[in-house]
Design a binder for this molecule. Structure first.
Ligand code: ZN
Ligand code: ZN
Length: 342
């Protein structure tokens, strides 16, 4: 089968032939239809220090996908060939304290699909049946292809109650924009979004943002946005150190921040400011496993529209163009097409 493989340190990936994986007793073989390119994949493509430290090569990359079950192992019940599926991209150990206490999102030994084990940017992948999510009828294939990223957005947006609250979002990539859509759906009173990219600010507007601020051109000033007291809730989606300090400065006393973005460098933090203004900063990683996946499916059943988030499609073999597009500021979610649905 064809797969996108990180062959060693340095930049780039290769589109190569490798053996099709074989499912074991409790595994499922999935024929991949479409995959979404995530920031994690861009870091691996670039071979940045985190990727070089973390990814053992050779490795099939990628974790956002939709596919059809092609075969199931003899020990798998309840899943059938032909079902439309995605999978939770964090595979948990099931034996640490948090896994045993049903807090799998806090597993300390979780393996990332496409990072610590072979991923989804391939014609087929094998996964343990317990990681597989069967889509409800009617989910668009492009939305299904980025369910994992949608889950990040829902995990952030549902970190704190939003009804009638004011929200400032720093970073309007695909996950930031989807978090805006969820915040709007949850009844936030005002959603302001900052980003460097005009394209992404437009994405945020289409997602339902009331106000946008082009960072770098305008200050992110709550008073100028009509919020003299500061914002109730912050979503940090950028990983950009100056956006992070803008966000902290723009919070109301008692404000609460859900922080997903990962900075590349150490960022100095003014702890007295956080203490004296009684801010809460909640780190967010991944999803609350299938708890979040059910919420995502409920949101789509309720009519949440994510069609704005996918902006580009490429054939899998054109991955270099696709990765270059995803790395620029003027794209939303970029999808690689692997196979049409039968
Ligand atoms: Zn991702
Ligand atoms: Zn665990």
């Amino acid at each position: 089968m064809k797969a996108l493989v990180k062959q060693g340190p340095g930049e780039g990936l290769e589109y190569v032939d490798i053996p099709t994986p074989v499912p074991e007793r409790h595994d499922v073989l999935i024929r991949v239809l479409r995959t979404g390119i995530c920031g994690t994949d861009l870091h691996i493509f670039d071979g940045n220090p985190w990727a070089t430290r973390t990814v053992r090569t050779p490795r099939v990359v990628g974790h956002e996908f939709v596919g059809e079950i092609a075969a199931v192992g003899p020990g798998v019940g309840g899943l059938l060939p032909g079902q439309l599926v995605s999978a939770e991209g964090h595979l948990t150990c099931n034996s640490c304290v948090n896994c045993q206490a049903d807090r799998k999102h806090l597993c300390r030994a979780a393996q990332g699909l496409g990072v610590q084990r072979d991923g989804a940017f391939a014609e087929y992948l094998v996964l343990p049946a317990e990681s597989v999510w069967v889509h409800r009828p009617g989910v668009p294939l492009d939305v299904a292809a980025m369910f994992d990223a949608f889950g990040n957005a829902v995990h952030v947006a549902d970190a704190f109650p939003l009804r009638d609250r004011t929200v400032l979002v720093t970073g309007a990539g695909p996950i930031g924009a989807m978090a805006v859509a969820v915040a709007r759906h949850r009844g936030a009173r005002l959603i302001a979004v900052s980003d460097l990219s005009p394209f992404r600010l437009d994405l945020a507007r289409r997602a339902g943002a009331h106000l946008v601020v082009q960072a770098g051109e305008q200050p992110v000033d709550p008073a100028a946005l009509g919020q003299e007291q500061g914002f109730d809730i912050g979503f940090e989606m950028s990983g950009n150190p100056s956006a992070q300090s803008d966000l902290i400065a723009a919070m109301a006393h008692g404000g609460r921040i859900a922080a997903l973005g990962l900075p590349d460098e150490d960022v100095p933090t003014d702890w007295s400011d956080i203490s004296l203004r009684m801010l809460t900063i909640q780190g967010i990683s991944g999803r609350k496993v299938f708890d979040t996946w059910h919420t995502m499916a409920d949101l789509l059943d309720d009519g949440l529209d994510l069609s704005f988030a996918v902006t580009d499609h490429f054939a899998a073999q054109d991955y270099e163009k696709a990765f270059a597009t995803a790395a620029r500021g003027d794209a939303g979610k970029v999808i690689l097409d692997w196979a049409p649905r039968d």
